[in-house]
Write a protein that binds this ligand. Structure first.
Ligand code: DLL
Length: 429
């Protein structure tokens, strides 16, 4: 398979060399955080481990894991491992639990971010001469700026529209010949809606790079069909340094390549925090190997996935592949004794012909029992019964299904909220 690369030598490095590079970088990073940051040092001391104990890659398991809590406890920059004068930029997310997470960047960190992101553009087939339209917001959210830094490094012509004003996005895409479109997943859906309303299409568009939200295979297919383009699933988060730092799927579309020369990825059992076998689902846990200002060490992301393969991919890349993100440790829903993730509901809904892209999953109390109701936009002819039947096959119980006309459900800017709880006054929260 033909693939474009930004850093071919690193992206196709053989596994043995990749692993020795990882070990060398792991040892250096662990030593640095231990020496430079008292929070990290205390954490290591409590676990009874010192940098000298890291002699092989599997010794990473001796190190303590962390999660978002440590960011909250050390807000705003207590986890930083460099002097403040070295910081040139910061991004921040409130995270799904509302915990503020701050990521400071040195110039070296911005270069690392841009290189990871440039690899993603190249992997998606973008050419350095292409026009890229960047629609995630530019601000504290890392999406806009990350895609910008990477596009500049790769040499793309940037149309930095930021979020919203879809009619203007379409006009600019036509006027400037946008070939690569980037956004949060739900914005891909919004773009399709607006193109349909205007009865028009984007003839130059070829590549869509989307992420930041639950991204089922069915949703990916809808965006790909709706825009007539190849769609890529990009992954990253504030704590690892932003969009694209972790990786993306390649043209083989068989999992997300994780940039292993920059990050070590482990999949841990969500309860015991011990490694699970390849192929098993668990919590993605990340160690940053090349970040300067704030390298995370064994950061439990809360995202659930599994390792698909460590073998060389048909695209030529050797970096391992993980499955699309299946949900979050903390967003599992339990209704009528059944555990499930919102992404399973999405996948089931999207399999019904005529069902459109906007939906709400509503958890409500009916006669003192927790129940599930799904609101979904659909074309004429789709009935609530059809929705209930498909959901019953997926979940094993019958939720209520309500059909709404196209455009009737509320829209949000940025990441879409899909799960709601019905309050006692009937409103949704
Ligand atoms: O959402 C970074 C990003 C921006 C990724 C634009 C892709 C595109 P945060 O706001 O820190 O950063 O949120 C990170 O979003 O832990 C996942 O739960 C979720 N997420 C990110 N990418 C994907 C994806 C950005 N491709 C959190 N599929 C992560 C599913 C994703 N979930």
């Amino acid at each position: 398979m033909n693939s474009h690369y930004f850093e071919k030598e690193k992206e196709t490095m053989n596994r043995k060399d990749l692993e020795s590079l990882q070990l060398e970088r792991l040892q250096a990073t662990v030593k640095r955080v231990y020496e430079k940051n008292s929070v990290y040092r205390k954490n290591f001391e409590q676990a009874g481990v010192t940098p000298q104990d890291i002699k092989s890659l599997s010794d990473i398991q001796k190190l303590p894991t962390i999660n978002k809590t440590i960011f909250r406890d050390t807000y705003p920059m207590g986890l930083m491992c460099v002097d403040k004068k070295e910081i040139v930029e910061m991004h921040m997310s409130s995270g799904s639990t509302g915990t503020p997470v701050v990521m400071p960047y040195t110039q070296g960190d911005l270069d690392q971010w841009a290189s990871c992101m440039a690899r993603c553009y190249a992997m998606a087939g973008a050419l350095p001469t292409d026009v890229v339209q960047i629609t995630p917001s530019f601000g504290l959210f890392n999406g806009g700026f990350g895609m910008y830094h990477g596009a500049r490094k790769y040499g793309l012509f940037v149309v930095p529209t930021g979020a919203g004003n879809t009619a203007r996005q379409i006009k600019l895409a036509k006027d400037f010949g946008t070939r690569v479109f980037t956004g949060v997943v739900s914005y891909g859906l919004r773009l399709i809606e607006e193109l349909e309303a205007e009865k028009t299409s984007l003839s130059d568009l070829r590549i869509g790079i989307f992420g930041a939200e639950s991204f089922s295979a069915a949703m990916k297919e809808k965006i790909s069909q709706g825009l007539g383009i190849e769609v890529f699933d990009i992954y990253g988060m504030t704590e690892t340094g932003g969009v694209g730092t972790l990786g993306q799927d390649c043209p083989a579309h068989n999992g997300i390549h994780v940039w292993e020369d920059h990050y070590i990825i482990e999949i841990l059992d969500r309860d015991t925090h011990t490694p699970v076998a390849d192929g098993e689902i668990g919590e993605l846990t990340i160690t940053a190997l090349t970040r300067e200002a704030l390298p995370v060490i064994r950061f439990r992301t809360g995202d659930l996935s599994r390792i698909i393969s460590r073998d060389t991919c048909s695209c030529g890349r050797t970096h391992l592949r993980v499955d699309q993100i299946m949900g979050r440790v903390d967003d599992m829903l339990i209704v009528k004794g059944v555990n499930f993730f919102p992404s399973q509901v999405e996948q089931a809904l999207m399999s019904i012909p005529g069902v459109l892209n906007n939906y709400q999953i509503i958890i409500e109390e009916v006669n003192g029992v927790t129940d599930l109701r799904v609101h979904v936009e659909a074309e004429n002819g789709v009935t609530g019964f059809m929705v209930e039947k498909v959901l019953k096959e997926t979940l094993g119980f019958s939720p209520k299904g309500d059909i709404f006309a196209p455009g009737a459900l509320p829209r949000q800017e940025g990441k879409a909220k899909r799960v709601f709880y019905r309050k006692s006054d009937g409103s949704l929260a």
